[in-house]
Design a protein around this ligand. Sequence first.
Ligand SMILES: Nc1ncnc2c1ncn2[C@@H]1O[C@H](COP(=O)(O)OP(=O)(O)OP(=O)(O)O)[C@@H](O)[C@H]1O
Ligand SMILES: [Mg+2]
Length: 353
Amino acid sequence: MTPPLLSVQGVAKSFDRNRVLNDVNLEVGRGEVVALLGENGAGKSTLVNIVSGALQRDSGVVRWNGQEVVFRDTAEAIAAGIIHIHQELSIISSLSVMENLFIGTYEAGRFGVIDRKALRTKSAALLAEVGAGHIDPRMEAGRLSTAEQQMVEIAKALARDAKLLVLDEPTAALTPHEAEALFRVVRMLQERGVGVIFISHQLEEVFAIADRIVVLRDGTVVSDLPVKEASRERVIADMTGRIFQGFSRNHEAAHGDVVLAVEDLADGRHVGPVGFTLRRGEILGVFGLVGSGRTELIELIAGVRKPASGTVRREGKVALPADARAAWASGIAILPEGRRPTGSCRTCRWRRT
Ligand SMILES: Nc1ncnc2c1ncn2[C@@H]1O[C@H](COP(=O)(O)OP(=O)(O)OP(=O)(O)O)[C@@H](O)[C@H]1O
Ligand SMILES: [Mg+2]
């Protein structure tokens, strides 16, 4: 019997005294898409970082094609065919797309000169393969959209002859249409026998793309099921350790006092004037297409973006926050879409744009 492509057995990892992975087992076969699920902080990224050589395990065994391996760094894992596309993309904005594709791997010719024409032809072929043939390889990578940058990263994985592709929350910043394009590429890779570890918080896409679902909770694998045997309810219960009964809405409370009243709020560019009220206990959804100003609206309310006009009232008091710190002090918290560039304590340093 041929061994699985990847087999992780009994892996443990701690940061200082904080144990974040506990006796973890994980297998990925050729052409298999394994979804790795778990709540924030469950240990998903840590686990895949160990697989791709970015972190070292404290104990346990990793086998690659049946052979025990220790990748001392990502370069060793890449050489073996394990390509990890991180939660935060690693495109170098100031380089061209083709330079990004072949960085560190392209060999110069006899006189130390890189044949740019050959590089361009190869790049165009790779981009076409991942359905991104419209991208000009000479273009500066920083000018690409997130979805395009991701396609460049996947094209780069193809250039490096990936056998296992690790995608850590690849769709978090994509529109449904862009995510669909990504899934087409994943399916194509799968048909070629590439194994995929797919981390996502979007259960619908997990059920659409995965062959198997592995759930981590507090660093321990709590379930490992073929997708056919899994259900949303089961997966959520495994992830959280609780039975999910939907959002508990307190309808009485939802008809309580107005806690936030937004009037004629506008940024003088493309948001507003917008107005709405939010009552205690209410959940208000903001819907719109990409570019319609959803994020900007929230940033105006949270003091991150400077409004041109309008008011924001918190519990009756006019409280157009001076900045994110003032908004926080008045009880408005924001969880931004890009947690590395704008999240956590950096929020305090956010300036108005
Ligand atoms: N370099 C590090 N140093 C110290 N602690 C870390 C480090 N990286 C991760 N952790 C901690 O390890 C735990 C697991 O983190 P990890 O990033 O693996 O979670 P995750 O499942 O990927 O979460 P998310 O869904 O938020 O991406 C967390 O408690 C985190 O704070
Ligand atoms: Mg993570």
